[in-house]
Write a protein that binds this ligand. Structure first.
Ligand code: PLP
Length: 391
């Protein structure tokens, strides 16, 4: 099987499993316990926090461990907006882009529904890019928070986060970015990006599902979403997932070193980008009518996404799986649903074509042989689905 669905999830890396193993077995303590087992767990947790902070270029106290990307996004959007409005009741609007992951979009809608916020949506261009001008014209004096993703999970388009964060900063508005898909592939220094808050998920990086991080700058106030024993400096209660935190820290550090060429495999992002471009080129050449979705060059190294007019995305997926290639018809959450992807509709792609979307996403171990074989399978799968449709 050729696994081209790494944007949905990745297998746990061996190094990661080895690093987390002690905290699942002999060193199983609760970090809040006042005995030696607890102390060992607390030390592991602070080591993991320091390691994540090193990659992000921030202070350990600015790192909050969560149960994943979804929780990090919820905490950022709800927590920052609610805390800002508590401090100044006029701040009752939030800005998000038109192509956010549901973790951000639904958090914003929750604030609208339950807490009376207004949500302003910044449009994207036909490649899925939010321009600084579009953001500027959406900001209002009442804006409490801007949340715009670093890279999109369906089409791979990378946003000009630094410029967008600058626009928000000019207006004194905190800027959050969902970096769940970008982490491990793109530069992630929070100072260079100029962001106030940033979300990461472990299972996209080779750590297990159920581990995540929210970076929140300095004294940025966050109203907790999960209440209880006051762990994570009161930002996120609940006994900490020590093994998950160690796993995320290990996976994030490995991915960062590989991406920036510090590890044995130099410049992983560059290598995978070349493979992606070759794959895109072959698919566009060999599959009649294939259309690339997202930005042609400002895209994640790991995502190639297409529409194959005259097919249905789901039928192409089934055919590809029969041929040994596993991928997705969009985001994992949209897979299996008949509705066309809202992200593709926002790009101006019509509903019928949007229903033919297929996303191929690679993890760090992808090879050119695999992608050559996959491209052949795509041509065969699309050809056979189109043939069936004509019969
Ligand atoms: N944000 C983006 C851009 C994602 O792609 C995902 C997962 O698909 C999430 C957030 C949610 O992360 P998690 O699966 O860790 O909850």
């Amino acid at each position: 099987m050729i696994f081209l669905d790494a944007a949905a999830t990745t297998p746990v890396r061996r190094e990661v499993l080895e690093a987390m193993w002690p905290y699942l077995t002999g060193e199983f303590g609760n970090p809040s316990s006042h005995h030696s087992l607890g102390e060992t767990a607390a030390n592991a947790l602070s080591g993991a926090r320091a390691a994540v902070a090193k990659v992000l270029g921030c202070r350990p106290g600015e790192v909050t461990f969560t149960s994943g990307g979804t929780e990090a996004d919820n905490l950022a959007v709800k927590g920052i907006a609610l805390a800002r409005r508590s401090a100044d009741s006029a701040l009752n609007r939030i800005v998000i882009s038109a192509i956010e992951h549901p973790a951000v979009e639904e958090s914003a809608h929750y604030l609208q529904r339950v807490h009376g916020f207004d949500v302003d949506v910044v449009p994207v261009d036909r490649y899925g890019v939010v321009t600084p001008e579009a953001l500027r014209s959406t900001l209002r004096p009442e804006t409490a928070l801007v949340s715009i993703m670093y890279a999109n999970n369906e089409i791979g388009t990378v946003q000009p986060v630094r410029q967008l964060a600058e626009v928000a900063a000019e207006h004194g508005v905190p800027f959050h970015t969902d970096a769940v898909q970008a982490a491990g592939w793109l530069p992630i220094g929070v100072k260079e990006l100029g962001v106030d808050a940033l979300s990461i998920s472990g299972h996209k990086l080779g750590a297990p599902k159920g581990s995540g991080v929210l970076y929140a700058k300095g004294r940025l106030k966050i109203e907790p979403v999960v209440h209880g024993g006051g762990q994570e400096r009161g930002r996120r209660s609940g006994t900490e997932n020590v093994a998950g935190a160690v796993a995320l820290a290990t996976a994030f550090t490995l991915a960062h070193d590989e991406q920036s060429g510090l590890a044995e495999q130099p410049g992983l992002a560059g290598r995978v980008s070349e493979l992606r471009d070759a794959f895109i080129g072959t698919v566009l050449e060999t599959v009649p009518g294939a259309v690339l979705t997202g930005h042609p060059s400002r895209r994640l190294p790991s995502i190639a996404s297409f529409c194959f007019p005259g097919t249905s995305g789901e039928s192409v997926l089934l055919e590809l799986e029969r041929l040994g290639v596993v991928c997705s018809s969009g985001s994992a959450c949209a897979a299996g649903s008949d509705a066309p992807s809202p992200v593709l509709l926002e790009l101006g792609i019509d509903a019928e074509v949007a229903q033919t979307a297929v996303r191929f996403s690679f993890n760090s171990t992808v090879t050119s042989a695999e992608l050559e074989q996959a491209a052949q399978a795509v041509a065969a799968a699309v050809g056979s689905v189109q043939g069936l449709g004509r019969r």
